[in-house]
Design a protein around this ligand. Structure first.
Ligand SMILES: [Zn+2]
Length: 85
């Protein structure tokens, strides 16, 4: 069962589909493109997920500490920690 451990020690279970902890980072440009395709009825569900998968970064969000782990190239992750501005 795949798991991802946050810096705080919380273990995210990644085996559920859809996964509670997983988000995708998709540009507004691609969202607009998808919306236009849907409006034109020129996109089916498989194409929708294909475009999302190939144009987004995988993100895990820890529900305990709020850290975001964003997948980079080669499948590695960078951590982004919440801070007040
Ligand atoms: Zn955490």
């Amino acid at each position: 069962m795949p798991k991802f451990k946050s810096e705080c020690g919380y273990e995210m279970n990644l085996s559920d589909i859809p996964c509670t902890f997983e988000y995708i980072l998709l540009s507004e440009e691609k969202v607009e493109y998808l919306a236009n395709k849907i409006e034109e009825r020129d996109l089916d569900v498989d194409q929708f997920f294909e475009i999302c998968d190939t144009n987004s970064a995988k993100v895990y969000k820890c529900p305990n500490c709020g850290n975001l782990y964003i997948e980079g190239t080669k499948g590695n992750f960078k951590v982004y920690r919440p801070s007040l501005v």
